[in-house]
Write a protein that binds this ligand. Structure first.
Ligand code: ADP
Ligand code: MG
Length: 223
């Protein structure tokens, strides 16, 4: 069984079916790119896989566990310890410093201070944010803000990372650097990465491309 199993997922909003029966199985260590037209349901699918949204029907299994059957606090714990989510629009807390933003999920899950600092140091190294730790998000470029968001998603050493168009609001050079960062994390940390992208070149940098159209899997291709 895969580390992520989406089984016959349906999702309705206001009686309109957005996701129409999606089956996807992802093995540990894969780097999957989700592509497809705007409005086809890619973000909705990511939110369902991450447990941010509930499917109308179907099952989401993360590491063999049906996350839709978990109590709210159990799901929160699972999301905090196992899953990292990177949003298209960074979603940083404006009045917290870079350091505070990054360690927020670790503080919320009451991790040991020494452990948090150790991982923070590594991430700061990987993301190149060393001299920005005391800055506020508003003082950073888009690319730097997205690095902070990625570091925040990784502070609890998640086994699975979801990234919804992580380079969508960045220039192509910065976008490529963010892509390299995700690939690096996939390789060195053995994290499973699922990203949504509009960029064909970036989609082809991973190990598998899944095309979503009108709420269904149109194509599922290993590279
Ligand atoms: N919370 C919501 N309420 C109602 N409709 C929604 C909601 N979220 C998404 N949709 C609709 O679902 C469809 C798919 O959206 P989305 O998953 O964001 O697509 P994509 O990420 O592929 O662009 C769109 O038609 C969008 O308007
Ligand atoms: Mg989207």
């Amino acid at each position: 069984m895969g580390v992520i199993e989406l089984r016959n997922i349906h999702k309705e909003y206001n009686n309109t079916e957005i996701i129409k029966g999606v089956n996807i199985s992802i093995e540990s260590g894969e780097f999957v790119s989700i592509v497809g037209p705007s409005g086809s349901g890619k973000s909705t699918l990511m939110y369902i896989a991450d447990g941010i949204e509930q499917p109308t029907s179907g099952e989401v299994l993360i590491q063999g566990e049906n996350i839709n059957k978990l109590k709210t606090n159990e799901l929160d714990n699972k999301r905090c310890s196992t899953l990292g989510f990177v949003f298209q629009f960074f979603n940083l807390v404006d009045n917290l410093t870079v350091r505070e933003n990054i360690i927020l999920p670790a503080v919320m899950s009451s991790r040991k201070k020494s452990e948090i600092n150790e991982q923070l140091e590594r991430l700061v190294e990987i993301t190149g944010l060393k001299n920005k730790l005391n800055a506020f998000p508003g003082e950073l470029s888009g690319g730097q803000q997205q690095r902070v968001a990625i570091a925040r998603a990784l502070i609890n050493k998640p086994e699975i990372i979801f990234a919804d168009e992580p380079t969508g609001n960045l220039d192509s050079k910065t976008g490529n650097e963010i892509m390299e960062l995700l690939l690096e994390i996939n390789k060195t940390e053995k994290a499973t990465v699922v990203q949504v992208t509009h960029n064909n070149e970036m989609a082809l940098m991973g190990s598998r491309v899944i095309t979503i159209k009108d709420g269904l899997v149109l194509e599922d291709r290993y590279l």
